[in-house]
Design a protein around this ligand. Structure first.
Ligand code: ADE
Length: 283
């Protein structure tokens, strides 16, 4: 649910159009991190609508309950696993629990992450490290533990990492740009290293998407958000969720080490200022 100007109501998530057939993932299991809000919630709901068994993870049990309620309504098979991805032991426990429950995923969508806007010169060591620890280290550990399980069981697997618009940089969020660029290139590396094990690794890079997460940015940044790409609008959560489906499904079976950019053309044109546009850049 959204209390601000941005975001989609839970009820509406169930009605979003999809081009995919409703039994596409029957018999397959997908783990989604950061599944309690925004893009992660939409990804979890779409996989559930397409017949997947869905393991929901996030730090917040309370937020996961709202996604679980939606999966319940559509009759999807799901599990709820609150996990802090900054703690490697918690990720070990997550995979051990899923395996013991015969719910080990065929695909992992690493969507968990977070950042806060702050000028780089003002970032504290603690703030920098916190974002790197979640967005880079946490995602890495998730990938490694998934791959270890698949390798041990000689099962194929697919990873999709949700990253952020790091290609041209984003003013005021240096910590997340460093982490997301790290994941982008790490994914290319792992795609090569794990290809012999039938493990594919890709990224989805969304531009500004209409989620409740947008409500944390200052009003002047929010006012500009829909004019940051040549399409002059925000993307919606289904744009990102369907990109994940494309990569996980057989449509993506020859795709690995790729980053699918879902940004309305922002990487070609458009200003994105999460903390407002400094006067220096005004023409
Ligand atoms: N979402 C934001 N930070 C997270 C964390 N440390 N673990 C899991 N999900 C998160």
């Amino acid at each position: 649910m959204s209390d601000g100007a941005f975001g989609i109501h839970d009820d509406d998530l169930l009605d979003l159009e999809t081009v995919y057939r409703d039994d596409l993932f029957r018999g397959r299991t997908v783990l989604v991190t950061g599944a309690g809000t925004g893009i992660g919630k939409a990804i979890a709901v779409l996989f559930g609508r397409l017949g997947a068994r869905v393991a929901l993870s996030s730090r917040s049990e309370e937020k996961l309950a709202t996604t679980a309620a939606l999966l319940e309504r559509i009759g999807a098979d799901y599990r709820v696993h609150p996990t802090n991805i900054r703690e490697p032991e918690a990720i070990d426990a997550l995979f051990a629990d899923l395996e013991a429950d015969a719910f080990l995923p065929d695909a992992v969508i690493n969507n968990a992450g977070g950042q806060f806007p702050q000028a780089s010169s003002e970032l504290s060591d603690k703030g920098w490290r916190a974002v790197i620890d979640t967005n880079l280290n946490g995602t890495w550990t998730m990938m490694q533990r998934a791959a270890r399980a698949w390798q041990r069981l000689e099962r194929p697997g697919t990873i999709v990492n949700i990253i952020a618009p790091h290609l041209r940089g984003m003013y005021g969020v240096a910590h997340t740009i460093a982490a997301r660029a790290g994941i982008d290139h790490l994914s290319r590396n792992l795609a090569v290293e794990w290809a012999p094990d039938r493990i594919r690794v890709n990224c989805v890079l969304p531009g500004p998407i209409d989620t409740e997460g947008m409500n944390v940015y200052p009003p002047e940044a929010q006012a500009r958000m829909g004019r940051t790409n040549p399409m002059m609008r925000l993307g919606d959560v289904q744009d990102v969720a369907q990109a994940c489906v494309y990569l996980v499904a057989d449509s993506g079976k020859f795709i690995t080490g790729e980053t699918l950019v879902v940004d309305g053309g922002h990487q070609q044109w458009g200003d994105l200022w999460l903390a407002g546009k400094p006067s220096h850049f005004e023409s």
